[in-house]
Write a protein of this length. Structure first.
Length: 399
């Protein structure tokens, strides 16, 4: 046992231990000497009894306990992502003990996962598995890192140009939505709102009627709705994506018509038939939800995407999802010549860097087109084909 007193009144405990041919090095700092000595005893016991400690813990149970303890108080989005990983672990390994799972089995799982998912999704799964397994090693549940050296795979990311509609596709969809989006077609209403505002799906789903200022033609984006958890959440980056954006005045009559139809429907509905409103426990009531459909819920992202898939064939437009409405709105603003700062603020980005990272390919394409126009215009000047003659000003002669 090596416990030393160091500067500032702290105690350092450090030791090296070889178990089954594998050497472990541990070091930690404490306020008192007894705490340091107790920690070293516990650590040595954990390392030498790891096998028997592991017998009682399944992979899925350890993962669930870990995220409940360390991830539940952080970002709700991060917690939801880890919850999804726990579900994947449960589906793959059922209740198998963590100590019984080998590195080869983990690699085989990642290989199968990569055949049906994008490589970025495979990377996220691998990183979360590594975090969970590393915690299990620190707790002494297992001794070896079964994620070490694993290789994730998957399909290539969607090409940048496939994430948004070209102008003719955008106008075709916009014309259709303008004529067909109604209270009885709530998925279309959500698509149209996203096209008009650039809001994310969760932000669209979380809209309440008090967020709309009909007099000023503005929308207050200050929360998002999670239909799976049935609760409101902060906007991205813990609320730092809150913003107020303007909407075209020509769009307001359609919103007013939807609101009138929706509230008339709710007024004439027998609420005794409704047993489990998804927003129970929130500060909002059913008549507040802007995109509440006649089925008494807000359409989920998958429902909107399925309808967009149908419109892909019906309107002969590119196949994109709900998030493609946001990308289309952004590219429309870029090509219209709005400033980078204005676009970033409207989309809820916290920096121009985030905007350029997401839409850099659009800016590059626009710059290339502008370079071509510049070469043509200055080239014509060189040849004397000037559309706007430069007026020569004679210098004033001094007396």
């Amino acid at each position: 046992m090596v416990v030393n007193k160091i500067e500032k009144g702290k105690w350092q405990s450090r030791f090296r231990l070889t178990v089954d041919g594998e050497t472990f090095y541990r070091q930690k700092y404490f306020r008192t000497k007894p705490e340091a000595e107790e920690w070293e005893v516990n650590e040595r016991y954990t390392l030498t009894h790891a096998e028997e400690l592991a017998q009682e813990v399944s992979f899925a149970d350890f993962a669930q306990n870990y995220i409940d303890l360390y991830k539940s108080k952080g970002s709700p989005r991060t917690y939801a992502l880890y919850q999804n990983t726990v579900k994947k672990i449960k589906d793959e390994f059922s209740d198998r003990l963590l100590s019984s799972i080998t590195r080869d089995e983990m690699q085989a799982w990642l290989n199968r996962f990569g055949k049906t998912h994008a490589v970025t999704t495979g990377e996220k799964l691998y990183r979360q598995l590594h975090v969970i397994v590393s915690a299990a090693i620190d707790e002494g549940v297992i001794k070896r890192d079964i994620t070490k050296g694993l290789v994730y795979s998957g399909s290539d990311p969607q090409p940048a140009d496939d994430k948004f509609l070209e102008y003719d596709e955008y106008t075709a969809l916009l014309d259709y939505l303008r004529d067909n989006a109604t209270f009885n077609q709530m998925t279309e209403e959500m698509m149209l709102f996203a096209l008009m505002t650039g809001a994310r799906y969760g932000e669209v789903a979380g809209m309440t009627w008090d967020d709309i200022n009909f007099k000023k033609a503005t929308v207050n984006i200050n929360k998002q709705w999670n239909p799976k958890l049935h609760k409101f959440m902060l906007t991205k980056n813990r609320g730092r994506s809150d913003r107020i954006v303007s909407i075209p005045e020509q769009y307001l009559p359609q919103l007013k018509a939807m609101k009138k139809t929706q509230q008339l429907y709710l007024k004439n509905t027998d609420h005794q038939r409704i047993h489990d409103w998804p927003w129970q426990g929130t500060t909002y009531h059913e008549e507040d939800m802007m995109f509440l459909a006649s089925t008494f819920d807000v359409p989920q992202n998958d429902s909107v995407n399925r309808r967009l898939d149908e419109l892909h064939y019906q309107l002969s437009i590119k196949r994109i999802g709900m998030h493609g409405m946001r990308h289309t709105h952004a590219t429309r603003l870029i090509y219209a010549g709005y400033s980078d700062w204005y676009i970033a603020k409207r989309l809820g980005h916290n920096s121009l860097k985030e905007l350029h990272r997401t839409y850099g390919h659009v800016f590059e394409q626009m710059q290339a087109e502008t370079d071509t126009k510049l070469r043509d215009s200055i080239g014509n000047d060189y040849l004397g084909k000037r559309s706007n003659k430069i007026i020569k000003i004679n210098p004033t002669k001094s007396k």
